[in-house]
Structures are given as structure tokens and as C-alpha cells.
Write a protein that binds this ligand. Sequence first.
Ligand code: COA
Length: 257
Amino acid sequence: MGNASILVNKSDRVLHLQFNRPEKKNALTLEMYDTIAETLRASRDDNEVRVVLVSGAGGSFTSGNDLGDFMNHPPTDADSPVSRFLAELVTFPKPLVAAVQGVAIGVGTTMLLHFDLVYAGESAVFQLPFARLGLCPEAASSYIMPRIMGHVRAMELLLLGDKFNAAKAQECGFLNEVCDDSAVLNLVQGKARQIAELPPEAVRLTKALMKRDEQATIEKVIDVEGGYFMERLRSPEAIEAFTAFAERRKPDFSQFS
Ligand code: COA
């Protein structure tokens, strides 16, 4: 399983999925989303997988969607790779645990809202730069974030889009623990092994019950946000933001009304 940019390793009933495009800070391409979606789909009914651990290679978690892909191959419908990735992630019936090192930007942060345990190294950097990229919240972040941290803190992160550290992510309620950068993967591997030894049906039931009330709403919000997001990707505001990133200059939104 896997390809060069997504490493997949299965051992002791733990599936370890690793983003592996370190030269681009593990920015996620269409092919990477496809591989992750397919790996999660295949793991649902695989008795040899009781928990999925996600991390990034080379000192980054992921810098989010590849901005070149956003410009050249924007998603157009619910069958696009990013949509299938999100659909698999939010309906995945077994625990998802994340080890975050380095940058976790855009979907690198929002995907964590759907994980069951999240740990990060002390130099992890989170960011939700959607508005400043001319985009809008995705992955149900507009629904989940105000509920776990309150409106003003969610708005600060989603509207201003500044980078924030692991201590703030923990205070905002989507990070279990901050530890030494060098210790985070070991720590999470230990948690995953611990989960893999628990009675599997009880584990799945615990997750299902904890998601039960919110599941349908979250899927609906992802659809609604996704519709706007796909429109925004083609907007002149977003094109200016992506072009500025490619040209390594500050975007100029002064001409827009
Ligand atoms: N899409 C495409 N390429 C990306 C990328 C992304 N999301 N994130 C990083 N890269 C590329 C850079 O263009 C650069 O490529 P190059 O070496 O060919 O020039 C390489 O990865 C290294 O990134 P660089 O910007 O030089 O590293 P840095 O340490 O100075 O900054 C980031 C790292 C992640 C803070 C910065 O690259 C960034 O802000 N990326 C965009 C994040 C983003 O907006 N994601 C989408 C959210 S919706």
C-alpha cells in the first residue's frame, strides 16, 4: 500500500500513515489524498487494523493542500480526491491518532478536528489561512471550532489566519498534550499500541457513541462549506493569493470590492 509521497506501514494492528513529501513541507497533492482515502477505506473492515496513526516525515506534519493543485486542478465536486479524503476521515469507525511535528497548515489543522487523540511537539505550528487566501473554512471547521473553543477564539484563528503554537492549540481544545519534538512520535506510537490491545468492539462503540449526535450535522456542514470553497477557489481573490504565493510576494487585495 501507499506510494512515495504517502508511506503506509501496518504492524501489530496499528496502521501508520505518513505524509512523505518533505521538500514541499508535505503539501498534499491529489494523488496523496487519493492514496489516503483509499487506505482508510480499505482499513475500515480490515481486522488487522485497530487504530490509524498519522504523522509527517522530515519534521513537518503537512503544509496543507498543494497550492499549485488548488490553482491548476481545483476540486469540482464531492468525488474529487480532497472530498473523498474528508468523507473517509469523518466517517472512519476506528480511532485516529496524530503525531504533529512542524507545520500543520490549512487542512493540516482542520483534519485534526476529526482525530480522536492529537499530540504535538513543542515547535509545532498551526494555521488556518483560509480567509487570507480568499477561501473560506472547510472540513466543518466553521461548525466544530466555535463549539470547542468559543466564537471569538475560533474567529481569531479562522479570520485573521495567523500562525499559532502548540500551547495555544491545546488551550483551544484540539490537542491532548505538548511534548518534546523528539518524543512525540514515540509517545503516539505508545498510545496507538495501547488502543490496539483494547477490546476492538468496545473501542469502535465508544467512538461511534461519541460521534453519534454530531455526525450528520458535520457531514452536512462539510457539504455546505465545500460548495462555497470550490467557488472561492476560482475567485479573483483566491487567484491573487495563490499567484502571490508562487511569486513569493505579498498579495494585494486592494482592487477588490
Ligand atoms: N503548496 C505548495 N507548495 C508548498 C506548500 C503548499 N501548501 N507549502 C510549502 N510549499 C513549498 C514551497 O513553495 C517551497 O517550494 P520550493 O522549495 O520549490 O520553493 C517548499 O515547499 C518549502 O517551503 P518554504 O515556503 O520555502 O518553507 P518555509 O519554511 O519558509 O515556510 C510554510 C513553510 C509551510 C510556512 C510556507 O511554505 C507556507 O506558508 N506554505 C503555504 C501554506 C498554505 O497556505 N497552505 C494551504 C492552506 S489552505
